[in-house]
Design a protein around this ligand. Structure first.
Ligand SMILES: Cc1cc2nc3c(=O)[nH]c(=O)nc-3n(C[C@H](O)[C@H](O)[C@H](O)COP(=O)(O)OP(=O)(O)OC[C@H]3O[C@@H](n4cnc5c(N)ncnc54)[C@H](O)[C@@H]3O)c2cc1C
Length: 511
C-alpha cells in the first residue's frame, strides 16, 4: 500500500461521489481509499467560492510507502503513589487531570459548579426567571466556560501541535464530529460540548480519577515552598502537586490566591461590547448570496487601527448563534456569544473590543487587586443599568452619533435588550476607539452598519497574569501550577487545554 498527498478544489455542495471522481481523474487510480487532512473555505472570489482540500490517498498502485507522520502526545504510564489535586474542570483543568491520571497519578478534580445536567437546568432557570445560580451558570460548572461556549477550536499557537492532536482526538473519542481534526475552522457547538464533557468525565473516572462537584477551593495550606493541602467548603484534600485552573471569572479565587502569596501582575487585555447582525446580511456581505450549499453560516474577522490609540477588532465571532448572559456572579452583567453545531439561528454575533492597557487606562503601577476591583466595578455598573440582566444596547449608527436608539430591535439575547447610551457606560477612551473602529468596519463590510452594539464584553482574556517559571510552576513554589485562561498565559479552549497539558507533562517527566 502506498500513499499520495493531493490538493483539490471542490464546489461547496460536493458529495463523496464527486470527490472520488476528482481523485480518480487527478491520480489515474481506480481503486483507492482516502482521508481528508485539511479542509478550508476559499471565499476570496465571490464568483468561485469553493472548498480547498488536502487529501491523503492510499492505493496499492502508489509508490510512497509511508504515511506522513502526525503529531502525537506520548504519556508514559507508571504506578506513581502521588496525589494531585486539580481545581477547575474547564479545558485547562480537565485536560491536565486527564493526562496526569493516564500517567498513573491519583488525581482528584475539584469543581465549584454542578455537573452538566444540573448546569443545563440552572442556565435555563436563569434565562427564564432571572434568578442567578452561582453553581450553574455560563462560567462555572462541569467543563468550565468551555461547555456552553461556541466551541470554536481555533488556536494560532504553532508550539502546541502534539497537545492539540491529543485534545482533538480526545474530543472525537468522546463524541465530537471527526471533521474537527481537519477543518481549518473547527467548531463543536454547545450542544455537542454538553455530551462531550460528560463522556470525558466518564473516561477520567474509568481510569480511576475522582471528580468532586459543588466543591469550592477556599484556601491553601502552605509549608515553605509547597502546598500540602487544598482547603474546600467540604473539607481539606492532601496533595503532592496542585494545579489551579480557575478561569478568569472567579475573582474570589484570584483574591484568595493573592492572599496566599501567589504573585499576579497587570497584563494587557481588551474590552468592548457584542455586535449583532442578521446572519443573512453577513452571508451576503461575505459570499454575495444569502446561503451556500454545504456551508453553515458566514464568518467574519475585522480589525482596525481605530483612532490610532487602541486597536479595535472583532473576536469570538459566532455565526448563526446567540448572545448569552455570561456572568459568574449575581450582581454583574456581561455578555458573550455561543452557537449550536448547526449554526442555524437568525443572528450573527461577535465581540467588538478595544485593546486595554491597564497601566495607561487605570493608573501607572496598578496592582492585580486594583485591576480586579476596577473590573468588578465596571461589570456591576452594567448590572445597575436595570438591576437585572437586561443588556443595554444601541444601533451601530447611534453608537457612532452618540444618540439613544429609537424603537425596539429584536435580538437573540434571551434576557431582553434596552436602549442605552453605551458609549457613556464604557470607559470613554474605549468608546472613542470603538466609534472609530465601527466607522472603519462599515467601510470594510457591506451591511455592517445595520447591526446593534450590545452589552459589556469584558472577558476576552484574563486581566491579570500569574508570576510563573518557564516550567509552569508558580514563582516561589515547588508543586503549585496555575494554568489555563486564569493564569493569563492562555485564552480560548484549545490554548487553555494545551497550557494545562504542558504543565501536567512537566510533572509527568519529573515525578
Ligand atoms: C459563552 C462563551 C463562549 C465562548 N466561546 C469560545 C469559543 O468558541 N472558542 C474558544 O476557544 N473559547 C471560547 N470561550 C472561552 C473559553 O470557554 C475559555 O477560554 C476556556 O474555557 C478557558 O478554560 P479554562 O479551563 O482555563 O477555564 P474555565 O473554562 O473558565 O474553567 C474554570 C473552572 O474553574 C472552576 N473554579 C473557579 N474557581 C474555583 C474554585 N475556587 N474552586 C473550584 N472550582 C473553581 C470554575 O467553576 C470553572 O468551571 C467562550 C467562553 C464563553 C463564556
Amino acid at each position: 500500500m502506498g500513499y499520495k498527498q493531493l490538493t483539490l478544489k471542490v464546489p461547496t455542495g460536493y458529495d463523496d461521489n464527486l470527490l472520488r471522481k476528482k481523485i480518480a481523474s487527478k491520480t489515474g487510480l481506480k481503486k483507492f481509499k482516502f482521508t481528508i487532512e485539511r479542509k478550508s473555505l476559499d471565499a476570496r472570489n465571490k464568483k468561485n467560492i469553493h472548498w480547498e482540500m488536502k487529501l491523503l490517498v492510499q492505493a496499492d498502485a502508489l509508490k510512497q510507502d509511508e504515511a506522513p507522520k502526525k503529531p502525537h502526545l506520548k504519556i508514559p504510564y507508571k504506578k506513581r503513589n502521588k496525589r494531585v489535586v486539580v481545581v477547575g474542570s474547564g479545558p485547562a483543568g480537565f485536560f491536565a487531570a486527564f493526562v496526569l491520571q493516564q500517567a498513573g497519578f491519583k488525581t482528584t478534580l475539584v469543581e465549584r459548579g454542578t455537573d452538566v445536567e444540573k448546569r443545563t437546568e440552572g442556565i435555563w432557570q436563569f434565562e427564564t426567571t432571572g434568578v442567578f445560580n452561582p453553581l450553574s451558570n455560563y462560567a462555572f460548572g462541569e467543563g468550565g466556560a468551555g461547555t456552553f461556549s461556541d466551541g470554536k477550536l481555533t488556536s494560532r499557537s504553532k508550539r502546541i501541535s502534539a497537545e492539540k492532536a491529543f485534545i482533538f482526538s480526545s474530543y472525537v473519542a468522546a463524541g465530537a464530529p471527526p471533521e474537527i481534526e481537519y477543518m481549518t475552522h473547527p467548531h463543536l457547538g454547545s450542544d455537542n460540548l454538553k455530551i462531550i464533557v460528560k463522556n470525558l468525565r466518564k473516561q477520567f473516572e474509568n481510569l480511576g480519577g475522582s471528580f468532586l462537584f459543588e466543591t469550592t477551593m477556599t484556601g491553601l495550606k502552605i509549608r515553605q515552598t509547597n502546598v500540602v493541602e487544598v482547603e474546600t467548603n467540604r473539607g481539606s484534600l492532601e496533595a503532592d502537586y496542585v494545579f489551579v485552573a480557575p478561569g478568569h471569572s472567579a475573582y474570589d479565587t484570584y483574591r484568595m490566591l493573592i492572599k496566599n502569596g501567589i504573585g499576579f501582575h497587570a497584563k494587557n487585555f481588551a474590552i468592548g461590547s457584542r455586535m449583532e447582525h442578521n446572519q443573512e446580511i453577513i452571508n451576503i456581505a461575505q459570499w454575495g448570496v444569502p446561503s451556500l450549499p454545504g456551508v453553515k453560516a458566514a464568518e467574519y474577522r475585522l480589525t482596525s487601527k481605530g483612532n490610532g490609540q487602541q486597536n479595535i477588532y472583532s473576536f469570538c465571532m459566532c455565526p448563526g448563534g446567540v448572545i448569552v448572559p455570561a456572568t459568574a456572579v449575581k450582581e454583574a452583567n456581561i455578555v458573550n456569544g455561543m452557537s449550536r453545531y448547526m449554526r442555524n439561528e437568525n443572528f450573527a454575533n461577535a465581540a467588538l473590543v478595544a485593546a486595554f492597557n491597564p497601566i495607561e487606562m487605570i493608573k501607572p503601577g496598578v496592582s492585580a487587586l486594583e485591576i480586579l476591583d476596577w473590573m468588578e466595578n465596571l461589570e456591576h455598573t452594567f448590572y445597575q443599568f436595570s438591576n437585572q440582566y437586561k443588556a443595554p444596547y444601541c444601533s451601530v449608527q447611534d453608537f457612532i452619533r452618540g444618540k439613544i436608539t429609537k424603537g425596539y430591535e429584536t435580538s437573540s439575547y434571551p434576557m431582553g435588550i434596552e436602549q442605552a447610551p453605551l458609549w457613556e457606560m464604557l470607559p470613554s477612551k474605549t468608546a472613542q476607539a470603538m466609534r472609530a473602529g465601527l466607522k472603519d468596519f462599515i467601510k470594510k463590510m457591506h451591511g455592517f452598519g445595520t447591526g446593534n452594539v450590545i452589552g459589556l464584553e469584558s472577558k476576552t482574556s484574563a486581566p491579570i497574569q500569574v508570576d510563573r517559571e518557564p516550567d509552569g510552576r508558580c514563582t516561589g513554589f515547588d508543586n503549585l501550577y496555575v494554568v489555563g485562561e486564569g493564569s493569563g498565559y492562555a485564552g480560548g479552549i484549545v490554548s487553555s487545554a494545551a497550557d494545562g497539558i504542558k504543565a501536567a507533562m512537566k510533572v509527568v517527566e519529573m515525578a
